[in-house]
Design a protein around this ligand. Sequence first.
Ligand code: NAD
Length: 477
Amino acid sequence: MRQHFIDNRPAQGSSGERIPVIDPSSGQEFDSIARGNAADIDAAVQAARRAYEGAWGRLSAAERGRLLLKLSVTVLDHFDELAEIESRDCGKPTRQARADVTALARYFEFYGGAADKLHGQTLPYTQGYTVLTLREPHGVTGHVVPWNYPMQIFGRSVGGALAAGNACVVKPAEDACLSLLRVAELAAQAGFPAGALNIVTGYGHEAGDALTRHPGIDHISFTGSPRIGALVTQAAAERHVPVTLELGGKSPQIVFDDADVDALLPVVVNAIVQNAGQTCSAGSRLLVQRGSYEAVLERLGAAFAKLRAGPATMDLDCGPLIRKTQLERVQGFLKAAEQDRIATVARGAVVDGAPPEGFYQAPTLLRDVPVDHRLGQEEIFGPVLSAMPFDDEADAVRIANATDYGLVASIWTRDGARQLRLARKVRSGQVFINNYGAGGGIELPFGGVKASGHGREKGFEALYGFTVLKTISIKHD
Ligand code: NAD
């Protein structure tokens, strides 16, 4: 059984209870984690506070940056090990797990380099005064991480928080903790002072809830579903604690008749198949202008028919979904499609020999999905792409904006003026033109509008969110 990680060492859970860890490729239990509770969270918050007021808080920005850079190298030194842990724990095809380790190391590299470039300003003011601003850390930050990209989301959230000088308490998702427990050990090995980075595993309604309500937490970074995001915000509001919310998406890819279809096809496929569609920024709605709708669907259908899902170690297009209930949820959406006579253009296959207890879903392309149907509105979080036609620019914008979400969008057209017109009209945190970033690079600010959340992570922008601006006015004449 894996323990929590507090004060640079494994810490036994106070309840002694455990949560089984299931391999999604086989459906079999292969390990277990501690079932954390409020007492464990309290121990972690106290450790973080001691670090913030002690050894960690005394480091200069340059020293914090150096530690993050060292952690980046340490992660790369353990590349294969981390990829294997993540692949088994989350059912990620090998290539995807390896990409996640690369991203994790890059986050620490980016924020290591940024730590000593974050600064306040001096401001012009009335004669006889000097006014300056300081960017100070919040103190102890709480991070609630989902199961779909544990290492990437941990890297972007904790990397920025540590660079800005905060001490962190992390509650990973109960389905995907193992890689983060190992990364915390590597951080200790890289020289982070005890208490700077702590991990408590457990269920959301227990450990997660205790973390977001703890009076010692000064900022909360939450990545997960809109429903839980609202609960977390309510808990934070009781204590007036700032929250960054990264929630879901129903992101549209908008294809005009003049688009380069050869270029867009592999990108559209990847944006929904990557991580078996369990990506907040998955391109899950395909809007195609009527003149090219049939031709695009024909070519896309041929590509979908060739897609294969299977065990993580086979490194196919799709691994399994994270757990049985997630598979049942996706199957529920496909059943609704069938009942409401929404046609399937093409479906890939689950490979022969995939363990029958694994959580596999063949990638599926649906057509003529009504804009207001739940398949066109709700986040499926599986490899299911909903295609729908549109007439003109105004129609495309109307459909693109017709969900509760607003995380990512893409616009495929050769018309430069149209690219810019639409990029401004689409309500979302990121817009890609003739490409699709599925979250974009580490340098690019990322986050949503509407039910997709608020606040920005990634890039330099995230550092502002992990600091408080203090204004100091000095009268000297
Ligand atoms: P979830 O909201 O159920 O869980 C997310 C995390 O919150 C987990 O660690 C969970 O244990 C914890 N949690 C659950 N109940 C809690 C509570 N009452 N208090 C505090 N914490 C609690 O989401 P999920 O099913 O794990 O992840 C999928 C969702 O996350 C999708 O909606 C997806 O779009 C979203 N997501 C968003 C982003 C983004 O950056 N925008 C990235 C990844 C995932």
